[in-house]
Design a protein around this ligand. Structure first.
Ligand SMILES: *Cc1c(COP(=O)(O)O)cnc(C)c1O
Length: 397
């Protein structure tokens, strides 16, 4: 997955442009900047590649989720449905705006189970936030039908699946809002950065203001702008955006490499009777940043994961025991531990996650192993890796 594996001349020359102009700020300084607007350029490139009307770059994927929620007017007491298997950023962004993260089960897509989503809806629910984990997507058509029926917003976290698609639409563009991360380990990187995309002009305008202190960016005289509402600083710097300008041009090449490597490994593993692959919903095309599969039981999956590591197969993950990505080990959320006091309303409304039943998620994630697909592998390395994986996994029937 990581785009950093393939930094080259394009990234260097983009960054050099910014340093030569001396303007590291994305707004203003029109006279000095020698017409370099890297953040704006990357936004335009994103709207084209992601077939969306608007894009707003921000400082991280977590910021993109926060700004996306805020831009749609989500706030105190609103409930946002999110999966048990994701990255901690999901509930961080929800809590950041005073809303309530409602965790629900995942299914064999490793993303939101539409049935569990529908069961979790209350009169406070405002948003369904699927997370397209490990390069593949939630069943967006089922989730959209639920959102339409209950008048909810569909916000796609496509941070790990950039370049994948659903029913011919780029992931992130199917819902009302979509978010990407360009942190250091994502398929394309800015070092740090993120973006939201939308076709809704009001959300774009709100996101633009909210991510820069509420400045309305009217006129070019910074300091005389007005502030229609409170905002924060979630700006990206021109240096980071410049790296992204180079990387987005290479996205389709990166996807081709990932798909090729994935295909070689998948072909080997498909011959094993004890392996089932993660389900990709009808209409979905993965971005092939990971290959994810199920072993016959949790106990077997744990052993198989250890054996892969011992055989030198790096970058395979057993998410069930992972404290970044699976709810079981989010002790800070479960115990409602914040540095300062959380608002009383949040404390009251946040479910008691020591008591919730996510046995359905446990049954799928407990059996799952996901292996990263790296861009820098040679064909020989992939072939060797696929053969070793097959040999190791065959022992765990
Ligand atoms: C990386 C990631 C994020 C957050 O992105 P940052 O840029 O690291 O803040 C959010 N969601 C998912 C699924 C991610 O993988």
């Amino acid at each position: 997955m990581p785009g950093f594996e393939l930094f080259g001349e394009k990234e260097k020359s983009q960054v050099q442009d910014v340093l030569d102009s001396g303007v590291l700020m994305r707004y203003g300084f029109d006279g000095m900047r020698n017409n370099h607007w890297k953040a704006f350029e990357l936004e335009v490139a994103l709207t084209k590649r992601m077939e969306s009307k608007y894009a707003q770059l921000v400082s991280s994927g977590t910021a993109a989720l926060t700004v996306a929620l805020a831009s749609a007017g989500i706030g105190a007491g609103d409930e946002v449905i999110m999966p048990t298997f994701t990255f901690v950023a999901s509930f961080e962004s929800i809590l950041a705006i005073g809303a309530i993260p409602i965790l629900v089960d995942v299914d064999d897509t490793l993303t939101l189970d539409p049935v569990a989503v529908e069961n979790a809806i209350t009169d406070k629910t405002k948003v369904v936030m699927p997370v397209h984990m490990c390069g593949s997507m939630a069943d967006l058509s089922a989730l959209k039908a639920i959102c339409d029926k209950h008048d909810l917003l569909l916000l796609e976290d496509a941070c790990q699946a950039i370049g994948g698609s659903f029913e011919g639409k780029p992931l992130g563009s199917y819902g009302d809002l979509g978010c990407f991360s360009f942190d250091y380990v994502k398929t394309i990187t800015c070092g740090e950065g993120g973006a939201l995309i939308t076709n809704n002009e009001a959300y774009k305008t709100n996101a633009d203001h909210y991510s820069d202190h509420g400045h309305d960016h009217v006129g070019n005289n910074r300091g005389t702008e007005t502030h229609p509402f409170l905002g924060y600083n979630f700006r990206i710097s021109e240096l980071n955006a410049a790296v992204g300008c180079a990387q987005i041009e290479r996205l389709d090449d990166f996807l081709d490499i990932q798909q090729k490597h994935y295909g070689v490994i998948r072909k080997e593993l498909e011959t094993l009777p004890n392996i089932e692959f993660r389900r990709v919903p009808n209409g979905g095309v993965e971005n092939y940043s990971f290959i994810s599969f199920f072993l016959p039981s949790t106990a077997i999956a744990k052993k198989a994961h250890t054996a892969l590591g011992e055989a030198g197969i790096d970058a395979c993950f057993y998410w069930f025991d992972n404290n970044w990505h699976y709810y079981k080990k989010w002790e800070h959320l479960i115990q409602k531990k914040s540095l300062g006091k959380l608002p009383q309303e949040v404390l009251n409304q946040l479910p008691d996650y020591t008591k919730t039943d996510f046995s359905k998620s446990d049954a799928w994630i407990g059996r799952t192993i996901s292996c990263l697909i790296k861009l820098s592998w040679t064909d020989e390395q992939v072939a060797e890796r696929a053969a070793t994986m097959k040999e190791v996994l065959a022992r765990f029937a």
